[in-house]
Design a protein around this ligand. Structure first.
Ligand code: GCV
Length: 685
């Protein structure tokens, strides 16, 4: 069932060592169903490696680990199982649900209970995180349920190599693990191993192609559906449903209809019939993902319809089969005139979507990027997330590091995602995490490719891991998640200096997002990257472009006035208290000051420093922090796998080169614009 682990790829957070505690026990598994077979196969593999045993019949010597589906528990099971069940009942809290599980320890027996097979699988992976501690002192049954029902990764993978974007759009880890130059890859073991890693961090949905749907990829929906079905077969044993990005123009480009108008009967009939065929082939298909009227993709605007009309068309086709449509809210004018100060890209998603609240069908999930612009290193939370109580919403993160160092720089993103998820408004305790949990869950763009370390930069694996875990439980702390990831991936106890290894990884990674922020675009102003590529500094690269990403630096100051009083009015899209907080530079948090305000260089931040001195200081500090990270990493020679050490060393060298370039270009630029010298007299070039 699980197949042999591929040997040409790093085991990431599932090396055989993490199964030692489970694999050295005498295990009893009670229950049946597809995912139970996966659990049994996992436990068998672990026991073969570590000397334990597995059986599925109650009769036999006392087990030390019982994994049981509650409905399969009958008379005659171990007494410890009954005790755990009784505790669970007393604890209340209702059923464990489709994916929940409970863990308990009584006497010498650890018990894992679930209502349904997926829960058993997630519980098994929880045991890998606990290791021996799951088999120590007794503890009463503790239930675990995911906060989000849908925890999804979108792959921006192309079937054909795109002439500009390549095999994977914004991919920094080699080619696609699904597709290679026009065809599905044959090495399916890699996909299965990926599914296993994803399940182990809690992911349960994957989109297998880019949201920019080109000609070949459009046909995955119809004549190339078998390719999608093959992938679904690999993901299914790990409880992961496959979704497909489709083009809104499909009825025209695939079936030759004269229109894709969402209100046209022939168009509706085509989607209904096409979707029926998809479910006939892939009964557990998840649904469609759509990028419409965005960056050149077709959409309902061409027919004078709005996004509710467009999304409802696909939702109607999916509803009879239990599918959902993820309809992206990333809609803005990408053909702006930089001279036009009245258009503000940050406003666009709210302007298009907030008025449609309440008009989307139940199986539409409006998928919103977490910030109003585009996955910059720092942005405020998108106000759209606060504005559509009558709509199911999914919040979209970007695990692939398009604007955060492209997996050449260490940039552990969980601290930021955690901040976003905790962002709250109103007295009723609304938070981003709450909106996602009540609606369509969390989605992220994957950072995985066919690279032997999965993610190019081995330390970027932590972002993938942390995303899945935060989607399961948004309350988890980033440092705690890093602990988990370090223990699983590096198993420090088997190294010569466990404390040094743990401490050093934390020192390098904990604050690496803020380090990256320090040496790149300052105070939330964003972009300043090379156009198209989005790597390395180019302060004015986007300043006179059509993409709507400006910083407006002149000799007196910098930043975008998005206030109601004198700017684009974007601050008015927020509920209180944020509409007020962001409106005034006196209350606006420093880290997003230049996102909301155009201020003089001598403006004094809450930190007590002027904007210009902050720019100089943070850029020197950021580079110093990268220098320190390089030295720290050196000290881990011999404590981590040699190939991992070499790859990270190579990436850190590039990070340091690039950080120095950022520092020098940004500092020189603002020094030349402002004429203000550095208070500490450092070289500004
Ligand atoms: C898939 C940004 C990226 C694009 C991406 C787009 C999106 O603009 O640069 O490559 O397209 O976001 O999220 O749709």
């Amino acid at each position: 069932m699980t197949g042999p682990a591929p040997t040409d790829v790093h085991p990431a957070w599932l090396p055989p060592e993490v199964f030692r505690a489970v694999g050295s026990r005498h295990c009893l598994v009670l229950g049946a169903g597809g995912l139970v077979d996966t659990v049994v196969a996992e436990v068998e593999r672990a026991c073969a490696e570590h000397g334990g045993s597995v059986r599925r019949e109650v009769e036999g010597p006392p087990p030390s680990l019982v994994l049981a589906l509650v409905p399969a528990v009958g008379d005659g099971g171990p007494a410890e199982l009954d005790a755990a069940l009784a505790e669970l009942e007393t604890a209340g809290g209702g059923p464990l649900g489709a994916e929940g599980y409970a863990l308990a320890r009584h006497g010498e027996v650890t018990v894992l209970l679930a209502d349904q097979p997926a829960g058993l699988l997630y519980g098994l992976f929880h045991l890998t995180r606990l290791g021996e501690s799951a088999f120590g002192a007794p503890y009463a049954a503790q239930p675990h349920r995911p906060a989000m029902r849908r925890r999804m990764l979108d792959h921006w993978d192309n079937v054909d190599v795109h002439p500009v974007m390549g095999q994977v759009e914004r991919g920094y880890a080699g080619g696609s693990i699904f597709w290679q130059a026009g065809h599905p890859r044959r090495d399916r073991g890699r996909v299965r191993a990926y599914a296993r890693l994803l399940a182990a961090c809690g992911i349960n949905a994957v989109t297998v192609n880019n949201v920019n749907v080109h000609a070949t990829e459009a046909r995955l929906l119809t004549e190339r559906l078998d390719d999608v079905a093959e992938l679904a077969d690999e993901f299914r044993p790990y409880g992961i449903r496959v979704h497909l990005s489709v083009t809104f123009a499909a009825p025209v480009v695939l079936a030759g209809l004269s229109t894709a108008d969402p209100l046209d009967d022939a168009v509706r009939a085509w989607w209904a019939q096409t979707t029926r065929a998809v479910y006939a082939r892939i009964p557990d298909f998840g649904g469609y993902v759509v990028k419409a009227d965005s960056e050149g993709q077709p959409g309902p605007f061409s027919y004078g319809r709005d996004h509710a009309d467009g999304a409802n068309l696909l939702a109607e086709a999916l509803a009879p089969h239990g599918g959902v449509v993820h309809w992206r809210a990333f809609v803005y004018n990408h053909r702006q005139d930089w001279r036009d100060r009245s258009t503000d890209r940050a406003r666009a998603a709210f302007d298009h979507f907030a008025p449609l609240d309440g008009r989307f069908r139940d199986n539409v999930i409006v998928q919103v990027k977490h910030g109003p612009m585009d996955f910059q290193t720092r942005e405020p939370v998108s106000p759209v997330i606060t504005a559509m109580p009558g709509t199911r919403m999914a919040v979209e993160f970007q695990v692939t590091q398009e604007y955060t160092g492209q997996q050449r720089h260490v940039c552990y993103l969980a601290p930021w995602w955690s901040e976003v998820l905790r962002f709250g408004w109103s007295d009723d305790g609304h938070t981003v995490a709450g909106v996602a949990a009540d609606g369509g869950g969390l989605v992220a763009v994957s950072n995985v490719g066919d690279d032997p370390f999965w993610t190019g930069h081995p330390l970027a694996q932590a972002n993938l891991y942390a995303f899945g875990r935060l989607a399961w439980d948004p309350q988890l702390r980033p440092a705690e998640l890093l602990d988990e990831w370090i223990e699983l991936t590096f198993h420090p106890d088997t190294s010569a200096d466990p404390d040094l290894l743990r401490r050093t990884l934390h020192e390098i990674m904990d604050d690496s997002w803020r380090t990256y922020e320090r040496y790149t675009a300052p105070l939330g102003v964003g972009f300043m990257v090379r156009p198209g590529l989005h790597y390395g500094p180019d302060v004015d690269g986007y300043e006179y472009s059509r993409w709507g990403t400006y910083h407006f630096a002149d000799r007196d100051g910098v930043g975008v006035d998005r206030t109601r009083a004198t700017g684009t009015g974007f601050t008015g899209q927020y509920p209180r208290p944020w509409s007020r907080v962001y409106e005034s530079p006196d209350t606006c948090p420093d880290e997003v000051l230049l996102f909301f305000h155009h201020v003089p260089y001598e403006h004094v931040l809450h930190s007590g420093r002027t904007v210009i001195q902050h720019i100089y200081d943070t850029h020197f500090d950021g580079v110093a922090e990268v220098e320190a990270a390089c030295l720290r990493w050196k000290s881990l020679v011999g404590l981590v796998d040699a190939a991992v050490h070499a790859r990270v060393t190579e990436r850190l060298d590039e990070q340091l080169r690039c950080a120095r370039e950022w520092r020098d270009q940004i500092n020189a630029y603002f020094h030349r614009k402002s004429g203000v010298p550095d208070a500490h007299g450092r070289l500004l070039h």
